[in-house]
Design a binder for this molecule. Sequence first.
Ligand code: BTN
Length: 277
Amino acid sequence: MEFDRQRFEAAWQQRQQSGLSFLPEQLHVFETLPSTNRTLWDLIEQGAEPGTTVIALQQQAGRGQWGRQWQSPLGGLYLSWAIAPQLPVSQGAQLTLCSAWGIATQLRTLGIPVLIKWPNDLVLQGRKLGGILTESRLYQGQISKAVIGVGINWSNPVPETGINLQSYLMQEPDPPLQSLEDLIVIVLQGLITGYNSWQQGGMEAFLPAYLELLANLGDAVVVDNRAGVVVGVSPDGDLQVRLSPLDPDLDADENPISSTASAEISLKPGTISLGYR
Ligand code: BTN
């Protein structure tokens, strides 16, 4: 398996959109790495500019969300992109959300009906197509630098809850993506458009569109033993859940939240795990 740089550059030129500044020289491609995020941080420490991108054909120690491993055999897309956002730490989740939205939106322009599972999963036909891991460095309380890491199943084997895009597209008479290089172009364009939109208008600029792609709206969840339903995502990127009224027949110890009215709560990424349907 090889990366065809000429093919990538031709696909980039072909799909070039105005306002998307990315130079193919900013793309560093490796056969095998422990983690593209880790290598990109090394390059940033050596002075690499925002926009620098690292790709590996496989990873030996791919990092997933919440400290998990990201299995990264040949055939998958493993990409990390450097940005310098300047935003308060408390709003860091927005970077993952605008990235997921940008990539999902670009794939949808090709007719691929990708949805988002809050906060960072890309979902196709109810299965996990990919995920995003954002890592940040702080300076004076602000996120000064961040690496957006994207893993997408292209032709690699996937677990039962996963799906790979190449197999999905094989059912199409005229697949809109032919190669990993084509997918890389779409992912980069998604990252850049998502980030540009966030920079220009903040979370409000893309939140309504993000919510339209949210696969979890209406999902039943349980929080502290109390039933609830997902009703949205807040401007800070938190999950909004409406809890059902408590059963007045239960004792106080069986009713951990002391309210009999329905209540809306916000949950930070990592405090609840949403399943696949
Ligand atoms: C998730 O857990 O859903 C996020 C997975 C993110 C994996 C990508 S692959 C490229 C980049 N490098 C890493 O080590 N992780 C991210």
